[in-house]
Ligand binder design. Structure first.
Ligand code: SAM
Length: 292
């Protein structure tokens, strides 16, 4: 692993050789510690039966390890300046395909149809650009693609919010959305010292296993997520106050809300952060019976 791209010497040498200045606006912090990559491969159970979608290869730190461990890698990078670097430094691998495109603009279904076989085990791997962690993950998991799992490095605080338990300060509508589609766990914590340049936050690697069916059964997903987001609008207020802010204070509305809470055995004076995902699902399904 001495000569891996993910070492301080080699990374500095590549930056110098190509005269590359890193763009903070694109979240460019490159990994320079190969042992972290080995741990990521293990966390994602990446082997020669796995095909990988990588988001943001940068100068190829993770890509190199993925190409060695996996059957094939399809990597999406927004920064075109990296094209010649990646193609040259990773020329030894014939199982990598680079696509220079914004991952948020990619037609994921078309990519899957073009690049993968129905029998492939598909894993999405990334050391994510931190400024768009949540949209990238939500785009993938909401699309209901045949992905087996995600192994994603992100800011530690975001990973904690995605995996929080009810009644903790980190639990919120993001936790609920992630838990709906995946089983998520923090695989390991990554100190800020293993990047060039060093960011001012620590990171964590999250392992998300896609659920075959969502965790709870809801009649209307759009309404369910509207309800969960709205319930946390003012975290410190009661569920009742947030529901009134969301749906209105008219007497008929209050009546519907009061009934729905009673039927689902949820005290109006509770705060949203104490509700389980099942309770939110029950409440959403009950409210769905009325045109509210
Ligand atoms: N994988 C490399 C590593 O581990 O050293 C680089 C990780 S760096 C944190 C994030 C990478 O994502 C950068 O290379 C950046 O250019 C790229 N990126 C940022 N926004 C992107 C987007 N919308 N679509 C694709 N790649 C993006």
């Amino acid at each position: 692993t001495d000569n891996y791209i993910a070492t301080p010497d080699r990374t500095k040498q590549i930056l110098k050789k190509y005269g590359l200045s890193m763009k903070k606006s694109l979240g460019q912090n490159f990994l320079v510690e190969p042992s972290i990559l080995t741990e990521m491969l293990e966390a994602g159970k990446i082997d020669k039966n796995t095909v990988v979608i990588e988001i943001g290869p940068g100068i190829g730190a993770l890509t190199e390890c993925l190409a060695q461990a996996a059957k094939k890698v399809v990597a999406f990078e927004i920064d075109r300046r990296l094209e010649r670097i990646l193609k040259k430094e990773l020329a030894a691998y014939d199982n990598i395909e680079f696509i220079f495109q914004d991952i948020l603009q990619v037609d994921l279904e078309a990519v899957f149809a073009e690049h993968f076989e129905p029998t492939d085990r598909i894993v999405v791997a990334a050391n994510l650009p931190y400024y768009i962690t949540t949209p990238i993950i939500m785009n993938f998991i909401e699309a209901n693609l045949p992905v087996d799992a995600y192994v994603m490095m992100m800011q530690k605080e975001v990973a904690e919010r995605m995996t929080a338990s009810p009644s903790s300060k980190d639990y919120g509508s993001l936790t609920i959305a992630i838990d709906y589609y995946t089983e998520a766990e923090i695989a390991f914590i990554v100190p800020r010292t293993v990047f060039i340049p060093q960011p001012n936050v620590d990171s964590a690697v999250l392992y998300l296993k896609r659920r075959e069916t969502p965790k709870v059964s809801v009649d209307d997903e759009v309404f369910y997520f509207k309800l969960t987001r709205g319930s946390f609008q003012q975290r410190r207020k009661t569920l009742w106050n947030n529901l009134m802010a969301m749906f209105g204070k008219a007497d008929e509305i209050k009546e519907v809300l009061r009934n729905a809470l009673e039927v689902t055995h949820i005290e109006p004076s509770r705060r949203a952060e104490t509700l389980s995902i099942e309770e939110f699902a029950n409440l959403a399904n009950e409210l769905n019976k009325y045109s509210i």
